[in-house]
Design a binder for this molecule. Sequence first.
Ligand code: SF4
Ligand code: SF4
Length: 689
Amino acid sequence: MSAGASIASGLGLLAAFALFGGIFTRRARLLVRLIRMGRPSGIERADDVPDRLRQEAVVVLGQRKLFQKLVPGLMHAFIFWGFMVLLPTIVIAMIGIVDRDSTLPWLGHQGWFALLVDVFVVLVLVGVAIALYIRKVVKPNRFEGSHLGEADLILAWITGIVTTLLLWHAARIALGLNEYDAGWAPLANALSGIFGDGDVTEALERVLVWAHLLLILGFLAYLPHSKHLHIFTAAVNVYFARTRARGRLEPLRFDEDVPEEEMRFGIGTVEDLTWKQMVDSMSCTECGRCQEVCPAWATGKTLSPKLVIMGVRDHLFAEGPLALAARESGEAYDGPPVAATDDLEAMAWDCVTCGACVRECPVNIEHVDHILDLRRHLVMVESRFPSEAEPMLRDVERQSNPWGNPQAERAAWADGLGVRVLQPGEPAPEVLYWVGCAASFDERARTSAQSTAKLLQAAGVDFAILGPREACNGDPARRMGNEYVFQAYAQQNVETLDDAGVRKIVASCPHCFNTLANEYPDFGGNYEVVHHTEMLAELVREGRLAPAATEQTITYHDSCYLARHNDVLDQPRELAAAVGRPIEMERSGKRTFCCGAGGAHMWMEERAKPINEERVREAAATGAETLAVACPFCTVMLDDGVQSTGADMRVADVATLLAEAVEASTADASANGRPRPAAQPPDDGEAER
Ligand code: SF4
Ligand code: SF4
């Protein structure tokens, strides 16, 4: 290649860089300015570096979440890994443009690298073919609402990039320009046969390398303007995703030392978005995996977590630049509320905060934080919420429980059981049993509290309840969006627990469990909190409870706040296995399907199909006789579902099943003259009820 041609090519390359780099930089600058405008996320996101690096390795490089669906996972992995491997070829192409006879030192001379390029070009093309097949033939519902035209353009672009690369390599082999044995690149070598070795091939070699590079530069410039922006932001989003306490909500700060202008009441306008919420929205690939697992979407509600994130992104890109401009000119930004975009307000009320979307999302987007922040603003600033939730909020505020029952009746479930009610000034028990409002006041849920108390007594555990001093933990108000009420209860309950000298708590309700374990530390309440299934499983393992197994078939329903938000999966199953023959439902463990009560939906009207009926039908399909639960809300919702669907199943808490099995074993042992298998109930009558 002549010196003149090299100089001309170099100048051409610089011009291309200037053009595409300029387009890219302009957009990237806007994105960075938007993110810098974002509010603090409220959650520590720079800690746990080893965990964060592990997430990068597993979720980004290993594509683990994408492999939850094998074929689409392979499709994405082929394209992603292909581009990782092909990255150095961009530099090789640039060198080749300036000087056809040169290449990247060392790597450009390696036969094995030529082989890798050959292999990964094919894998990328296979990935593109699978993607087209999924989109054009299979057409899964999860793509409903996604920008599919844009996705097709991207696929065409990727095809162009790898095809020009392959043909360029073939032309170089035809011209004898390859720096390695042509046998290392079997596909390019085979294709080299379509080229001659004359001037036309020399010209085609130039056309191909330029086409390849211009396609790449154009692609890079286009990406930040498209939904494929996630190529730049996904790794960042995964790195800063939560590493702990997935069920915890960021507390809003109302303390006096927070300047008024820094107070935040959820998401009102674009200026209220946190930087993490902005990066979340920029990272959405529109894959629809969140939508596919969302119980609200599955039952015909307005809500799709994908559309929520896309709505936030649309709003951010429409209003963000205006807010930035207003700030720069020193004016106050007075734009429309985020909730007014694309039905976001209606969607926010459909959410049961089950977290299925968050778990499924391949780029670790935290949808629940967006939805709860939308609710917070609607409730606390605009006083707008579904009217049927009003009595619940009022009862929580006035009566300390969402059932509206007098606090004096809180321990009525324990009448005659000999349960100690901890009085002020008394020594703290080894374990405080936090009963929760549902098990205290709802007839069906009470059975689980009674069973738990009997089992703790039978195992000789030193426990007590707070009785009327236990108040609502605040979760229903918080998940509804009323942070004021939640924080008032958090402070009150922490004070009560601390005054009582409580160290260890066992909770029956997964919502109480999540709040006490993950959210009360934000208010100074630090306790060892276990769920009743964890404690009961331990007592069975230690031989302090000896259930008699039966032949009953049991399918266990994982509560979202136990399994998905808090990783309690094995212990309830251990208990189910100890008392009967377990059968798993199709959606179980961390991929469980909500009962429909979370996110304060216990007190809201269901629009469209009921979620609890959908879940009961799935449970009934297993053929199990018993539908076991470990949550009082699930008990009520699924029992309602059994009644409305006519399913032939009994709904019971695993504690109740265990208590029955322990009683059966005890009766059996007595009948056979054997000693009781478990320890005797505690003998401390004085403070007992
Ligand atoms: S938390 Fe559950 S209900 Fe809410 S958007 Fe996500 S999947 Fe849907
Ligand atoms: S939020 Fe996550 S799961 Fe949902 S569409 Fe976007 S990338 Fe996919």
